[in-house]
Design a protein around this ligand. Structure first.
Ligand code: NAD
Length: 351
């Protein structure tokens, strides 16, 4: 595991919870490092640290590509199998203290496994937290904004690959019917898309049924024949073996780090599959919490989220004219914005 390119990494055993917390700050070149707290049953403490490092870098790219004055950071919290409410509260207070000790260089928000209620607990220990419930002056659950941004990205990608931005009749397979996947399914159903849906939790079947979607077993979803594959579960949904069996024209979803390896963008390109860079498509949630941090009005937020479609079109234009994959073009866009900002500070590690 390498911390190359990261500014800070903090690993703690929470004094109240006894659970491990890792906070990685990848870059503050463009502004405070903003990124969610992921609560997950990691197989080992090292896996959590690796996740925080990988995901914080993705947050830097996401903010830069979205044109926001924010850097990238992420927390990874090790969840035990069972977590009574009191221990969860203790973990969030531990995280609040760690975030406070970073003096605003890192701002925490929700991610997989954490909620607006968790952010409220964290706010007892630090003001460097967003994603608070509306009654606490926050913008609430960012998932609906993320889903709107993914839909905007999908229209732009379909316009390029299918010749139309109209999603009516387009077959979209959503993998992961959680917060974002469900919100996306509702938007797409409203636009007349033909939905295929899948989740490892069979209780989500009912959501799919309400929307008239066809349910797929998780093992069948990645290779399902469709126009658009929308990975909305965890990262690494497209591994090397999967990249060879995809039967779609476009990949566009909310999951972070959808490709198990960046080189797979070339495999998809070679196979004529348009891969919409994840950190561009899923920036709506970041824009939502950015709005909370900067007190932006809702119409400005809506324009920024819809603008994700324009960023996708810009990246696809650049990719076509320079002979690049969309991912390489998106990385160039983000890195150019980072390079234009101030140089990074030397790495700071603590454990
Ligand atoms: P979530 O936990 O609410 O939903 C994830 C869903 O995926 C769950 O229902 C889970 O059962 C399902 N799942 C897990 N593994 C699966 C598999 N192998 N096959 C099928 N289903 C599987 O999370 P979320 O908030 O909806 O986020 C989804 C993804 O989008 C994550 O990768 C997250 O990092 C990313 N993301 C979320 C936001 C946001 O605003 N919530 C913003 C940006 C990126």
């Amino acid at each position: 595991m390498s911390t190359d390119g990261h500014e800070e990494l903090h690993v703690r055993l929470g004094p109240r919870s006894g659970l491990q917390l890792a906070v990685a700050v990848h870059s503050t070149a463009l502004g405070p490092a903003l990124g969610g707290a992921r609560l997950w049953g990691y197989k080992s403490p090292g896996d959590a640290v690796a996740d925080s490092l990988r995901l914080s870098e993705a947050m830097t790219l996401k903010a830069a590509a979205a044109g926001l004055d924010l850097g990238g950071g992420k927390s990874a919290l090790c969840a035990p199998g069972e977590m009574p409410a009191e221990r969860r509260r203790a973990l969030m207070l531990d995280l609040g203290d760690l975030v406070e000790s970073l003096d605003g260089r890192y701002v925490v928000a929700e991610d997989v496994g954490t909620t607006t209620d968790d952010m409220t607990v964290i706010a007892e220990r630090t003001s460097h937290v967003v994603g608070l419930p509306a009654e606490r002056g926050g913008t609430g659950d960012p998932s609906p904004s993320t889903a709107r941004g993914v839909a905007a990205a999908m229209r732009a990608a379909c316009s390029r690959r299918l010749g139309t931005a109209d999603l009516s009749g387009v077959r979209v397979c959503i993998i992961g019917l959680g917060h974002v996947g469900t919100a996306l399914a509702k938007i797409l159903a409203g636009e007349g898309a033909k939905l295929l849906v899948s989740d490892i939790r069979s209780e989500h079947r009912a959501v799919g049924a309400e929307l008239g979607a066809t349910w797929l077993d998780p093992g069948d979803a990645t290779g399902a024949e469709c126009d658009v594959l929308a990975p909305c579960a965890l990262g690494g949904a497209i591994a090397e073996s999967a990249a060879e069996i995809l039967r779609c024209s476009v990949v566009c979803g909310s999951a972070n780090n959808q490709l198990a390896d960046e080189s797979l963008s070339h495999t998809l390109h070679r196979r004529g599959i348009l891969y919409t860079p994840d950190f561009i498509a899923n920036a709506g949630g970041l824009i939502n919490v950015y709005a909370e941090l900067r007190s932006l009005p809702s119409d400005r937020v809506a324009r920024l989220v819809e603008g994700i479609g324009d960023t996708v079109a810009e990246v696809l234009d650049d990719a076509e004219s320079c002979g690049l994959t969309p991912l390489d073009s998106a990385l160039d866009l983000a890195r150019a914005r980072l390079e234009a900002a101030r140089p990074r500070a030397p790495a700071r590690l603590s454990a």
